[in-house]
Design a protein around this ligand. Structure first.
Ligand code: NAD
Ligand code: UD1
Length: 353
C-alpha cells in the first residue's frame, strides 16, 4: 500500500484523516510541530483503528516532531520512507500544517506568511526533489470575497479579507505555477473547506482549541459544559432566515473521507490541478445550529445577541457540485450527527487532550 506524508496530522482535521488513511490500509508519516495539537490525538487514532481491526497499527504510523520549515527534517522523512518496507518512498502528501487563527493573523501577519507560506514552499521543494508530485492541500473558503450571494462555486471571486486567507490564496497560486511549469508531473488538489465541526463518534478524537474558541461550534460545546457562560451571537440583523449568520457546516469525518477520495482521484488520473470546495451545500444559521444542538443533546444553551463581528459575512455556503462530480462523493452526516458527536467529544474530554 502507498506511503503518505501527512503534515499537521495531529491536528483536528489531520487526526481524523489519519484515521481514515489507516482504515484504508495506507502507511503514514506524520510531521507535526505540536504547536496547536497534542500527541494524544494520534495515540487515540491508533486506539480506534486497533480496536476496529483487532490488530496493531503502530508500525503503519510514524510520527516526526518538527516544523515544516525545517528542510533537513523533511528530507530525512523522505529518506526514511525509502528505507522502510517495500523500498518505495512517500507517494503522496496531504498538507494540513499551518496556523489558522484569523485574529492572530491580523495581529501578526509576518508569522502567518513565514509559517504558512515559507513552510509550504519548503515542503513542495522537498517533494519535487524527491520525485513526489501528488498533493492535497488544505485551503479554505476564507479565500472567497465578501460580497457574494448564493452558493459559492470555485469560480467565485477570490478576495481574502485577512492575512490567514491571503496565505491560503498565495499557496494556491504557487501550486498553479508549479503545475504550469512542470505540467506533466504534478497532481494537485486545493480543497477549500467550509466549516468543519463534530468529531469521530467514539469521542476519542475531536477539536481541541487552545484558550477560548473563536469558532462557533467549540464555543457552543464549552457553554454546554458550563466552562463558558453563554454564546454571544454576532449579529441578529443579517439578511438571512432569522437574522443570524449562515454557514455550511460539514462533519469532520465526511471531510476526512473527502481527502482520501481526492487523493485516490489524483492517483488514478493524469497530472492536473483542481481547486475544489468541500462542503455540504446546505446552510444553517447560528440559531438553527444552537437549536439543533439543544434538541439532539437535550440541553439548554444560553445565548445573547452581540453586534456583528468585524470581517464576518452573512452567508457562506458551498456549491459542491464539482466534488460530487469528480469524486462521486458527497457528505452524508447530518447537522444532528455533527452536534451529537461534537458534544460526546467535549463531554468525555472537558479539557481537550
Ligand atoms: P489544527 O490547528 O488543529 O491543525 C494544524 C496542525 O498543524 C496542528 O497539529 C499544528 O500543530 C500543526 N502545525 C502548524 N504549523 C506547523 C508547522 N509550521 N510545521 C509543522 N506543524 C505545524 O487545524 P485544523 O482545523 O486541523 O486545520 C488543518 C488545516 O486546514 C489548516 O491548514 C487550516 O488552515 C485548514 N482549514 C481549517 C479549517 C477549520 O475550520 N478547521 C477551515 C478551513 C481550512
Ligand atoms: C472562521 C474564519 C474563517 C476560517 C473558519 C474556520 C473569521 C471571520 N473567519 O469562519 O477564516 O476559515 O473560521 O476556521 O473568523 N459566531 C457567533 N458567535 C461566536 C462565534 C461565531 O455568533 O462566538 C457566528 C459567526 O458570526 C458566523 C458563524 O457563527 O456567522 C460561524 O462563525 P465561525 O465558526 O467563527 O466560522 P466562520 O466565521 O465561518
Amino acid at each position: 500500500m502507498k506511503k503518505i506524508l501527512v503534515t499537521g496530522g495531529a491536528g483536528f482535521i489531520g487526526s481524523h484523516t489519519c484515521l481514515v488513511l489507516l482504515q484504508k490500509g495506507y502507511e503514514i508519516f506524520v510531521i507535526d510541530s505540536f504547536i496547536n495539537s497534542s500527541r494524544k490525538s494520534l495515540k487515540n487514532v491508533l486506539k480506534i483503528v486497533d480496536e476496529e481491526k483487532k490488530s496493531s497499527f503502530s508500525k503503519k504510523l510514524k510520527i516526526f516532531e518538527g516544523d515544516i520549515r525545517n528542510k533537513e527534517l523533511l528530507e530525512e522523512i523522505f529518506n526514511k520512507s525509502r528505507s522502510d518496507g517495500n523500498g518505495n518512498g512517500i507517494e503522496g502528501v496531504i498538507h494540513f500544517a499551518g496556523l489558522k487563527a484569523v485574529e492572530e493573523s491580523v495581529n501578526n501577519p509576518f508569522l502567518y506568511w513565514e509559517s504558512n507560506i515559507f513552510g509550504s514552499i519548503n515542503l513542495f521543494d522537498v517533494m519535487h526533489k524527491n520525485n513526489c508530485h501528488t498533493l492535497v492541500f488544505s485551503s479554505s473558503a476564507s479565500i472567497y470575497g465578501k460580497n457574494q450571494t448564493g452558493k459559492i462555486d470555485e469560480y467565485s471571486q477570490i478576495n481574502p479579507i485577512n492575512p490567514y486567507g491571503t496565505t491560503k490564496m498565495v499557496i494556491e497560486r504557487l501550486l498553479e505555477d508549479l503545475q504550469r511549469s512542470f505540467n506533466l508531473t504534478w497532481r494537485i488538489a486545493s480543497l477549500r473547506y467550509f466549516n468543519p465541526i463534530g468529531a469521530h463518534y467514539s469521542g476519542l478524537i475531536g477539536e481541541s482549541p487552545i484558550g477560548i474558541p473563536n469558532n462557533i461550534f467549540p464555543y457552543i460545546t464549552k457553554v454546554a459544559f458550563g466552562a463558558l457562560k453563554e454564546v454571544r451571537i454576532f449579529g441578529d440583523d443579517w439578511p438571512t432566515i432569522d437574522g443570524t449568520g449562515v454557514r455550511d457546516y460539514i462533519h469532520v469525518m465526511d471531510l476526512a473521507e473527502g481527502h482520501i477520495k481526492t487523493l485516490e482521484y489524483l492517483f488514478d488520473n493524469k497530472p492536473n490541478i483542481i481547486n475544489m470546495n468541500l462542503g455540504t451545500g446546505k446552510g444553517f444559521s447560528v440559531l438553527e445550529l444552537i437549536n439543533t444542538f439543544e434538541n439532539v443533546n437535550n440541553l439548554k444553551i444560553p445565548y445573547v445577541f452581540n453586534s456583528r463581528r468585524s470581517g464576518d459575512v452573512a452567508s457562506l455556503v458551498a456549491n459542491n457540485s464539482l466534488a460530487k462530480k469528480l469524486l462521486n462523493w458527497e457528505p452524508n452526516r447530518s447537522l444532528r450527527q455533527m452536534c451529537k458527536d461534537g458534544w460526546k467529544w467535549q463531554f468525555k474530554n472537558p479539557e481537550g487532550y
